[in-house]
Design a protein around this ligand. Structure first.
Ligand SMILES: *Cc1c(COP(=O)(O)O)cnc(C)c1O
Length: 431
């Protein structure tokens, strides 16, 4: 499979190059030259296949022979090494729980898959590669965990100071070894800007081979398709026409779902639910893409004003707003609405939402109001314990702390505080 830059279709590379570069030299995102169609018989009989086999059939057309089958199957087994249960919340509303991995958020899937691919591609090289990643919260922890102790890979994580939860900060600042955390005195968009600028800096690149582990990287983006298939596998017999509501920030997760649908997964509609960082909901209504600056919210992993992956979604729909509108609705919700939903769902259905899942839940409810005959799944993208600090007081004590995170609170944070200016950051990297 070849991948082209969304800024220039004639610039084409293979999967390995797309993974190692992250972003094309012209700053475009990579996109597959064609969308493989899955065998309808496979989809119809999904329940007969193991999760790992489903993963292999879904991803292998995007990789071709660039990773040996045996190795690719191993990477998939390491990626899908925890469950992805669909839980009923109310009559027509189900939660796809994506938080059973090592850092309790869906980003474990993409991070583990990418670590496997990068480890494979670098298996014979002597120069270490530096993975540079900006995080709004969960990416950092997932990348730190996925890449921890991978030989030949150094990881540098940039996160916005005081804008991630205590647990998130612990997850990305306490590992040590090949994992380095930079606390940036700015927003997630500032962190992302620093990373993007570094990738264009020839002088820096000569000193240090850089790659990205943000959701712009195809090796993080594409494996996120897996769990849409796994959800369908669990639901299929009962509910053939599904809606997915995805709490969205950088729009990588929902874009993977839409790619799964383009490959043949039967999904009747998608909902992109956002917090008040509502660039996409406004775009869907007006056709004008007009990002404001990012505003901090309770669902901080979605505090993104200018979502990188949205151009991929546009590409999937031939840049036609009407075709996109036929398949996607997008709504935004305030923090007040989010908190009320968390309290209400706990009191009425005894299901604990995290603030991101709550936004997804609200998006689904809004769509179902006009489509009462349908059944929907919202993605519960993180475990509620990750956002315990900001959960409504009335339910905070009910949040369950899994044993694997309890010990983190005692570990010491190791991070370097830096301003948002590029040169300071560059000097740090050059040393
Ligand atoms: C990253 C993240 C999101 C947003 O996902 P995108 O792919 O950036 O849209 C939502 N919820 C949680 C918990 C996250 O960590």
């Amino acid at each position: 499979m070849k991948y082209f830059s969304l800024n220039n279709k004639s610039h084409q590379v293979n999967f390995e190059t797309a993974v190692i570069q992250g972003l094309a030299p012209d700053r475009g995102l990579y996109f597959p030259e064609k969308i493989p169609a899955l065998d309808p018989a496979f989809i119809a009989n999904l329940h007969q296949f193991s999760d790992h086999e489903i993963g292999y059939r879904v991803i292998s057309p995007f990789i071709g022979d660039e990773i040996e089958e045996k190795e690719l199957r191993k990477i998939i087994a390491d990626t899908l090494s925890f469950p992805f249960p669909v839980q009923k919340v109310t009559g027509q509303t189900f939660a796809l729980e994506l938080f059973h991995g090592p850092t309790l958020a869906f980003k474990d899937v993409g991070a583990r898959f990418m670590a496997g691919c990068l480890g494979y591609f670098r298996r014979n090289s002597k120069e270490p590669v530096t993975v540079l990643v900006a995080t709004s919260g969960d990416t950092g922890g997932a990348v730190a965990s996925g890449f921890y102790d991978v030989p030949g890979v150094e990881v540098v994580i940039l996160y916005p100071s005081k804008k991630v939860s205590q647990l998130q900060e612990k997850q990305l600042t306490t590992l040590g070894k090949n994992i380095h955390a930079l606390e940036i005195e700015g927003t997630f968009d500032d962190c992302q800007q620093l990373v993007k600028t570094a990738f264009l800096d020839q002088e820096l690149q000569q000193k240090r081979a850089l790659t990205s582990a943000n959701s712009i990287n195809v090796a993080r983006w594409l494996p996120q398709m897996f769990y849409y298939f796994l959800a369908y596998k669990q639901m299929k017999a009962a509910h053939p026409k599904l809606i997915f509501s995805v709490p969205s920030g950088n729009f990588g997760n929902i874009c993977a779902g839409m790619m799964a649908a383009a490959m043949g997964l039967p999904v009747s509609h998608f909902v992109a639910a956002t917090n008040v960082n509502d660039t996409v909901p406004r775009f869907m209504e007006t056709g004008k893409y007009d990002p404001h600056s990012a505003v901090p919210t309770l669902s901080n992993a979605m505090d993104v004003a200018d979502p990188s992956n949205f151009v991929r979604i546009l590409e999937l729909f031939g840049n036609s707003l009407p075709s996109l509108q036929a398949k996607l609705s997008s709504y935004s919700f305030t923090d007040a609405e989010t908190s009320v939903a968390m309290e209400k769902v706990w009191k009425e259905h005894h299901y604990m939402l995290d603030p991101h899942g709550a936004v997804g839940y609200l998006g689904l409810q809004q769509y179902l109001q006009d489509h009462p005959e349908l059944t929907g799944i919202f993605l519960e993208t993180a475990h509620p314990v990750k956002f315990e600090d900001t959960a409504p007081k009335s339910i905070r004590d009910e949040i369950y702390t899994p044993a694997k995170v309890a010990s983190l609170y005692y570990k010491e944070k190791q991070a370097t505080l830096l301003p948002t200016d590029y040169n300071t950051f560059k000097n740090w990297l050059m040393q």
